[in-house]
Design a protein. Structure first.
Length: 505
């Protein structure tokens, strides 16, 4: 016979699972709603899609694009079946949901959340504006969330049950993370801080150090060997890291530095575009952990979930404030911040009050998602592609933006320029049209003044290129401050027809 306690635990687990699935379904509808009308939200999404097409055809020249060979190769089987951008976009959205579900299920189990609290965590984290945006693009963000959730689960378990096997499992998750997103390098100092706080003597084993290093080195050896086999230098992947940290030259927007101290950028973004509950939860969690420590409830020897997530959220926020910034810089922090809000809130508020606060926060998130992501739809790039096909446009030049590419057929080709002086040479090569894509404003590449003064043969609005979130997401590329980025957005919003097509005579 089952004991009453076991029966109660089983009921609580079932209840939690039902609420988790219901909340995930709601977030799934949010992520997939009108996705066919959205198109690619940024240049990186299209470029990733193009590189994967190349890999599927046996061209490995860009295997280490963005230092994420694992992410690119993950989608090669999809590219062998279809080149439809929407398919890649949808799969990526579902992977983002998987990352959210793994994280929420882990936190709910460890903290013994009720079903309603579990749903609140899923909805608060899942309706984050940035995570919704990145859950509808085609970058490595969604896969990163899956791996990050696995990394947190395995590392927290390693702190609870010290063993060499558990430590090597953490190293394996980290190695996978480095294959899909170079920003997993930033987790290394945080893991080091947590290990120093734990101080359980596990790392005094020299053989464990060597095994962990071998696990971390394995992807670089394997992908390096693959690179050599396809004609790339063995150091190409490591070279990407060096070029990222110390760029040899400024990019086309004029940004060269990678370090830039701004302690208020992310605070301003979180306050203005995400739920205020995230910042409140961070402060509340810090106060609760400090109070517990003063009362003798230490962290050493018995890791607790609240201080553990606080270290992750706080270190990510502080560390990213030293670098060039964009909301995506906090990609790995949004779910821990949401968890801090729920875990901290349940300790100081009655259940009904916490539920009301989370519901209000989710409602505000939905309003922002409507304004930033849904209201600008549908994208006008399909109309541009249709116009070109009707008028026999087979060779097109685009200014900075690549959003038109997924809508062109196989008989059409497109090249991207960053300066209008490049047009003369392309005209001689038989290119017929130049597409002044308003994305040049987002990327901060204003080198098309003469072209803009000409009369276009067709023009379209593009409200999706005139939202502040998109500009903020590119401040990492432009190097602009928070206020400067929003000023650039306001200037772009004055352009009523940012998509213009010209005949290249």
């Amino acid at each position: 016979m089952h004991s009453p306690a076991g029966t109660n635990n089983g009921h609580q687990t079932s209840n939690r699972l039902l609420w988790l699935l219901a909340a995930l379904l709601a977030v799934a509808l949010l992520r997939l709603w009108r996705l066919p009308e959205a198109g690619p939200p940024d240049f990186d999404s299209v470029r990733n899609w193009q590189v994967i097409q190349e890999l599927a055809q046996g061209n490995f020249a860009h295997l280490f694009h963005h230092g994420s060979p694992g992410f690119l190769l993950l989608y090669v089987p999809v590219a062998a079946i279809t080149r439809d951008f929407l398919v890649f976009q949808t799969i990526n959205a579902l992977l983002g949901l998987l990352g959210l579900s793994i994280f929420a299920a882990w936190v709910a189990k460890k903290a013994e959340l009720t079903g309603l609290e579990t749903a609140g965590l899923v909805l608060l984290g899942g309706t984050s504006l940035l995570l919704t945006f990145s859950g509808r693009d085609f970058t490595m963000s969604s896969v990163s969330l899956v791996v990050f959730a696995g990394l947190l689960r395995s590392h927290f378990a390693r702190l609870q049950r010290p063993s060499s096997a558990m430590a090597l499992r953490v190293a394996a998750w980290l190695a996978v993370g480095l294959c899909v997103n170079y920003k997993f390098l930033f987790t290394l100092p945080i893991l080091a801080v947590l290990e120093m706080v734990q101080a359980d003597g596990l790392w005094r084993q020299r053989v464990l150090w060597w095994r962990a290093l071998l696990v971390l080195a394995a992807p670089y050896v394997l992908f390096g060997a693959l690179g050599v086999l396809v004609g790339l230098p063995w150091y190409r992947w490591l070279g990407f890291y060096i070029r990222t940290v110390v760029p040899v030259a400024a990019n086309v927007a004029g940004r060269q530095t990678t370090l830039h101290l701004d302690l208020l950028y992310y605070v301003r973004y979180l306050a203005g575009y995400e739920s205020p509950l995230l910042l409140v939860g961070l402060v509340l969690a810090a106060w609760l952990v400090w109070r517990d420590w003063r009362r003798g409830a230490g962290f050493r020897g018995r890791p607790l979930l609240l201080p553990y997530l606080l270290v992750w959220a706080g270190c990510l926020l502080a560390g990213m404030s030293l670098l060039i910034k964009a909301p995506r810089g906090l990609l790995l922090a949004y779910l821990p911040l949401a968890a801090l809000a729920v875990l901290g809130g349940r300790r100081v508020l009655p259940a009904w009050a916490l539920a009301g606060m989370v519901l209000a926060a989710v409602g505000l998130n939905l309003l922002r998602i409507q304004r930033e992501l849904y209201a600008p739809l549908p994208t006008r790039y399909p109309q541009v592609a249709a116009w070109l096909q009707q008028h026999g446009g087979t060779k097109v030049v685009s200014t900075v933006g690549a959003g038109l590419a997924p809508y062109l057929n196989e008989r059409q080709s497109m090249v991207i320029i960053t300066d209008e002086r490049q047009l003369a040479g392309l005209r001689a090569l038989g290119y017929q049209y130049v597409f002044l894509d308003g994305y040049w404003r987002v990327a901060g590449v204003p080198r098309f003044d003469s072209l803009r003064r000409q009369v276009p043969v067709a023009a379209w609005a593009a409200p999706e290129l005139q939202r502040p979130l998109l500009f903020l997401e590119h401040s990492e590329f432009t190097g602009l401050e928070y206020a400067e980025t929003l000023a650039a957005w306001r200037a772009a919003a004055a352009d009523t027809l940012p998509l213009r097509l010209y005949r290249l005579n």
